[in-house]
Ligand binder design. Sequence first.
Ligand SMILES: Cc1ncc(C[n+]2csc(CCOP(=O)(O)OP(=O)(O)O)c2C)c(N)n1
Ligand SMILES: CC(=O)[C@@H](O)[C@H](O)COP(=O)(O)O
Ligand SMILES: [Mg+2]
Length: 626
Amino acid sequence: MSILETINSPDDLKRIPSHKLTLVARELRQLIIETCSKNGGHLAPCLGVVELTIAMHRVFNSPVDKFVWDVGHQAYAHKILTGRRDSFHTLRTLNGISGFPKRAESCHDIFDVGHSSTSISAATGLAVARDLAGRKNKVLAVIGDGSMTGGIAYEGINQAGHLNKDLIVVLNDNEMSIAENVGAVSNFLSRTASSEFMFRFKKDVESFLGRLDGVGKSMLHVARKVEESFKGLLTPGMLFEAFGFDYIGPIDGHDLPKLIETLENVKKFDDAVLIHVLTKKGKGYKPAEDNPSLFHGVGPFNIETGKVLKGKGGGTSYTALFGTTLCKLAADDERIVAITAAMPDGTGLSGFAKEFPDRFYDVGIAEQHAVTFAAGLAADGLRPVFAVYSSFLQRAYDQVFHDVCLQNLPVTFALDRAGVVGNDGPTHHGAFDLSYLRHLPNMVIMAPKDENELQHMLATAIDLGRPVAVRYPRGNGYGVALDQGYKILPFGQAEIVREGGDAAILALGTMVYPALVAAKQLEEQDGISLTVVNARFVKPLDENMILDLARRNGCLVTMEENVLQGGFGTAVLELLEEHDLTGVRVLRLGYPEEPVTQAEQHELRAMLGLDAEGLVFSLRNFLKKS
Ligand SMILES: Cc1ncc(C[n+]2csc(CCOP(=O)(O)OP(=O)(O)O)c2C)c(N)n1
Ligand SMILES: CC(=O)[C@@H](O)[C@H](O)COP(=O)(O)O
Ligand SMILES: [Mg+2]
């Protein structure tokens, strides 16, 4: 029996003799690597915090003491040590263990996560709630250096330091976001060598001068002035102390005895403390240590070689095609500037960054800033393109409204991962963008039926010179031929891709090809003849075409990968109502309001009835009643 098999709870871990804890760490890494090699997952972040997680569970008493993991993509060891070892092989699969902490999954998962930089705010709330209830438990937030680039982290730390509650923030500093971490905060954190020196120097000088009566006081003043002029030597400790936190560190995050000793000491504090822990992303698995970005969130891979196994699907990924198209457009248009919020690889912008370094900006995990930054660029004549996952743009709703749409500025939102993303689950599905963008003034929204059309939509979006969102899915296209030049699509016009006499389907984006398959099957099996429309635009709708089809057929079917509330189908209903056509029967197919779970994309589409088979079923039922 392995030592890990004897651990079913944090209490079991506490019974393991100290000298055997490195073995626990080794076995945890082994299980995490094996599972990720089959299921995919956030391998590198999880390997980096194995010792930290052991130390936290050794010293504190979860779930009475509360651990809040930022993003939550580093919590696999926590899951395994809190009674989920036997089900860990189901990680990220349908009905399996979530890749992120989930309150519904375990009492040890205190706060649901997936989006970054929320841990300090949530932990502050938990600390205040504890104090109001008169309880004594500890609250810990574990946040990465990348997540410290998100503004909400500072909103949290600002209040937490001011309240000075009994709260521990563990800063897990691996000097990496998904890609290399960016910006002043990141530079600041890495000043650890000078930091230790300055900290000691400052304390020594202050205590020495403070002891000298009279002369000491004025010298202390002079020394402080000197220190001011040494701004370049400001240290992470000073930053967090300025916010009202005690600062401890930096400490080696792979030195278990040191971690345990530090946490034991900190446990005795009853004010706000930040422990700065230095870790290595991917620790213990060479391919992940060598390429932490690739192994940040990785698909199945071969453990021996570290080679990632190829994904399914024929064509180029939408993401890659977006990246190459933007490069080509930017070569001819100097106004184009590309922006990412800490995801140059994920959004396909790495090539652009190399080709146009002066026109590429990674702003860190700062979606709100990214949008307003883009608005500023656009206000002075540029054509910024913000490439962002649909679910992460949710953060910046007000900036999209207030800074871009209200001023009708030419910002293009390249919305990747629109629709179900698969195993990352509910926090990451791009299920809401149509609903949260459609009602904004001046906004145009498009969705391509395939990868070829994506190229034309991107060119059209930039050409339009106003706020435009182009939404496209995670994964590969269909392998269709790619036009060499770019077309500017006729504004607000849909495309009929199949003619039929019995009813019309208005399909959006990824729904067009499955709709065509379903229409063909219904023609062959039931003799039903359907028109299929590639809607292309959600805003503005092709009103003439839709109204004409509604009048001719008396019924319409809309299909979209978005929640039904406020989405494409809703837009069609509103149009019919505006034209007194409420008698037209409408079937809207899309996502329900309750969160879509985690599974492979194709499994989710089947469960939601949005694959060809599901569409045939729904269409048959609907048309039978016509
Ligand atoms: C709001 C938001 N934007 C982007 C992401 C995508 N994302 C997930 S983890 C991550 C990097 C986090 O870096 P860090 O906090 O340092 O953790 P590490 O992976 O280095 O352990 C990013 C950008 C996200 N989860 N949430
Ligand atoms: C944790 C997180 O938010 C990202 O790492 C995300 O999992 C990336 O997923 P993709 O594989 O779709 O880029
Ligand atoms: Mg990091």
